[in-house]
Every structure is written in structure tokens, then in C-alpha cells.
Design a binder for this molecule. Sequence first.
Ligand code: MIC
Ligand code: SF4
Length: 640
Amino acid sequence: MAGTLAERIIAQHLATGDMKPGEEIALRVDQTLTQDATGTMAYLQFEALGMDRTRAELSVSYVDHNTLQTGFENADDHRYLQSVAARYAAYFSRPGNGICHQVHLERFGVPGKTLLGSDSHTPTAGGLGMIAIGAGGLDVAAAMAGEPFYLSMPSVIGVDLTGELTGWASAKDVILELLRRLSVKGGVGKLFEYFGPGVATLAVPERATITNMGAELGATTSIFPSDERTREFLAAQQREQAWTELVAEPGAEYDEVIRIDLSALEPLVARPHMPDNVVTVTELAGQPVDQVCIGSCTNSSLSDLMTVAAILKGSTVHPRVSLVISPGSRQVEEMIARNGALADMLAAGARVLEPACGPCIGMGQAPPSGGVTVRTFNRNFRGRSGTADAAIYLTSPAIAAMTAVAGEFTDPAEFGSPVSVELPASFTVDDSMIIAPPEDGSQVEVLRGPNIKPIPLKDPLPDSLTGAVLLKLGDNITTDDIMPAGSKILPLRSNIPAISEHVFEGIEPGFPRRALDEAPGILLGGENYGQGSSREHAALAPMYLGVQAVLARSFARIHRANLINFGILPLVISREDYGRLERGDRLQFDGLRVAVQRGQPIVATRLNTDETIELTCELSEREREIILAGGRLNYIRSRQ
Ligand code: MIC
Ligand code: SF4
């Protein structure tokens, strides 16, 4: 059977397992990336593993999330990350150098390699023909220690692109169209591989917009071939030597094929509060907006910002609108500064921020109460902007820029002929804000601030357990619901006791106190529980509050792995039993360890009615041992 590109790369990196969809496989990891909001924890865990240096071919530690320094915490974390990178042979991308995914694409990504990153948008590098996967910090720490990465082999979905984008349609519309068709859980257990004649019409940064936001489908990852356009991009980055041609074998067989005619796409917008709530921009024409934010790892490339500048040139931002622009990297920022595009943006009234995640993760620029904010980002979950009752719309840079000028959604036809921006023949390359590690880092002192607290550990799984259902939640609960981010909470990422005080804050402000009082606790969720980010704090903090098990209709991939890594049982509940159980119900589990060990269904007794409930506990051999040990750190230590 002819192989897909993804299968070819996976086969070359396969450490163990059988490449059948749904089977557990282990992949050798060539490159790792961490960002500061997950990276402090990842490096603390890496230190706990007792290695002398990273074993990956390349490890890069980025600072891009927690860049507002309203107190000492973030600055201390940056200093810790810089020193720990030097100590253990990782590159350090300094604050101000840009968003990890954009910089990695520009400076480090290599077609055909594997990349594991402690951020859910790591698949951005799939735009360069890499198998790039997002994971919890502990999984990345383990990869730096030379361990393979375990995952369930995804089915490979072929996305056949034909035609060419026309009018104001852009790469963002390709992924919004997929979200419209498939929903935020449509990609769980799947890998999306793009092929067909339309591929060659897209430059690498456009491909990266698509693979980036494949995360919103719940996909394991997404990949484009490495072709002439890839060579062109790498050559413009002065990295042509990193290029190899990589395509699927002729006649490659996909588990399923989805067809998208690029010529038929029109500008799309995701309405609040989910990225799959997609309509055309013309359907929204006339609706006023208060804020427009352009940037994030989805849409902050040079061509994105050149398009924005061309639309803004000679106009003034509408009086109702605050327009905020954050370039994806210092390279992009410097190039728009030198070529005049930045001046056009400033003249139009844009508020330009440093190259970082910024408003995307609620690090400043929260919109006004009840405000409407239009963003080129990838997530519009309720509250993510930092304003609980704001409405977030997601769209392309061109549509965002027009909206900023018009003060409302408009029919793009009113903005005349579309802007077309070519990839430059060469990017400005200056890696001086990326610090290479010393040859021998063994004498480097690792600098820790007072906010960096030890990682709490869990006891091994008990054999009997009686716990209360603390919350009954619906479908598509995000990690932002479980462990909110934003400028006030993010600085606590290195301090689990402190950050735990914010668990489920947007759903029930008093939750942490109640969870501690009623511990051990159980959470009940619907479909796709834990979608969104890779933040392991969404497992670690509930664990700290005494949560022992999550019962859900289904789980998002990264969150499920994080629950297991921190010793929380992910149990699948039937629709009927989900319907029956209520908040406050007390559940009793007996013979838990034996049932987990043998891979048997887990039976719980609902104490208030004496009914029994059967739960599925689908764990691999390795996952069972981790759960029994009370988490992966205990498991690794027990084997040392
Ligand atoms: C996000 O976009 O939600 C984040 C912030 O980048 C997260 C990582 C984190 O929570 O630190 C992600 O996507 O994994
Ligand atoms: Fe940063 Fe937003 Fe991208 Fe997450 S989605 S990495 S917060 S820019």
C-alpha cells in the first residue's frame, strides 16, 4: 500500500508500536520547543529527571506568552528559563524575539523531522513538512531526556486542495471552512495531510496558518508536503540546506479524503464562542465592533502584516475601534519597520505591540464590557480575551483590517481589488536574540525566583475511593474553562498552590475551596472534555485540589494525556449514565487498582441510589502503570 507523507515520516521515527489507527505508538523526537507559560514547569520536570543535557537534536526555549511584567514573577521565570537553557544545552529565544511557532518556522523547522512542543499550536511547523505535535510539558521534558513520545496512531485524512484562492479569500478561510464542516471535535484522533494541485498555490506562511489552526479541529497534527514553495521559503530564510523534497508516495491511500476547491472559498468569520461557529463575513455586514486585534501564531507573518498595512494605508481607524497589531516575530517587525509598512499602520492609528502572544492569551488589551472584538487569532472561547462578557470573532488579517477602518463588519467588495503580497526573495535574518547554549553548561547556575515552587506529587492510585461529583459540565469544556489564563493568572504558572485558587473560576468562583473541602473529588464532563491548549496546569491544579477522576463522554487528546501524566483517571461514561448523574452525587469505587491493572471496566456505586455505573478505562499498558503510580514523575522515578 502506498504511504502518505505522514506515514512515511512516522515510520522513519517509529520507536515502538504498530502504525494502525488507534494503536499506541512511540515516536522518536528530533526537536523540542517550549514556551514560557508551560516551559518553567517543563524545565522543572526535566531537572527532576536528573539528565546532564537535552538529548534532542535541538531544543529551543521561547519566551512569548508571559511578557507583561506587572510584578517580579514573569521576569523571574524568564531568568530561570534563560539560565536553565544554558545549563542543559537548549537555545533560548529572548522575550521580544517573537511567538514560538512563528520563530520556529522561520529559523529552526526542518522538513521530515519530528517536533514536540509544549504548546497546542506546535503543528504550525507542519506547514514546512514536519510532524509537529503539541503535548504537555512533562511529555516534552521526557523527550528532552531522550524518551520517545507516546501517542495513539491517528488516522490520516487527506485534504485535496484544488483551484486557487480568489478575491479576498485567504488561507484562514481554508481552515475556517474545515472547522465549519467538521467542528471542534471533528479532528480528534486524526492527522490532516494536504495534497493536490492547490497546495502549490500556497506559500509556507499560508500553509502554516492552516496547520496552526488544525489544533482547533482537535487534530493530532496537520502536514503539507515539502516542495518547491518550501525550498523557496527556506532559501529566503537563508536555510536552503535544510530543505528536502517530501511528498506522499504516488497513489497514497488516505483513511478519508476531504475536498476543498480553493476558488470557491469566500472570507469567513468564526462567531462567539467557538472556532467552528463559522459564517461568511457578508452575513455579518453592518455589525459594529469595538476592537480589532491582528497577530498571534495563526496570522502574524510578514505577508499577513503587509496585507494589513496596504489596507490601512491612507485611512484612519474608526473612532469606535481600538486597533492592536502584534507582529509574529522580530524578523517580521524589523522588516515592516524598514519597508515602511509599520509607518502606514501607525499613521492609521494602530497600537503596535511587541512580537508576542499578547491579547491572544489575555496578556493585556482586554476589550470593554460587553465589547465586540475581531481577531486574527485561533480561539474565541468565552472569557479568553480577559473580559468575561466580550464577544470574540475570528477572521483573516485582511477582513480584520477592513473592519478596523469601517468600524463594523463590511462586505469586502467595498474595499476594491484584493491586495496580493509575494514572499520576499530574502528575509532579514538576525539571530542575535536567540542565545545558543555554551559548549559545556555544567557550571551554569540556574536562577530561581521565589514564585517558583516545587511540583506537587500525587499518591499512588488508591484501591478504594469515595468521592463527590464536584461539577457536572457540558460538551467541549476547554482548558481555558478549567484553568483560565490571562495577565493575572499566567504569572502563577510556576506556583501550583497559588494557581489552583483559580481553577474553574469562570464557572464557579468558589470551586477551589469547595474541592479542597470535599476532596477527593470527581468531575463529570460531556464530549471533547479538555479541548484547546496543552497546559498541564489544567490537570495538575485539579489534582492538587484533590480531583481523582474525570468522567466524560470523550476526551481531547492532549488533556487526556496530561490527566494520566498527573495520575487522574480519565474514565469514559455512557450517554445514559452521564444523563443520570448529578452534581453532589457520591460515587464509591472498590477494587480500583486491580481493575486498572487488568484493563477491566471500572464499576462505581452511586451511593445515594445504590445504582451501579460502568465506566470504560481505555489505557495502554504504559498508561496503566503511570496511573497506578500516581503520575508519570512517580512512574519514572520508580524505574530509575
Ligand atoms: C493557548 O493558546 O491556549 C496557549 C496559551 O498557547 C496554550 C499553552 C498554555 O496554556 O500555556 C496552548 O495552546 O497550548
Ligand atoms: Fe500564543 Fe495565542 Fe498562539 Fe497560544 S494561540 S501560542 S497564546 S499566539
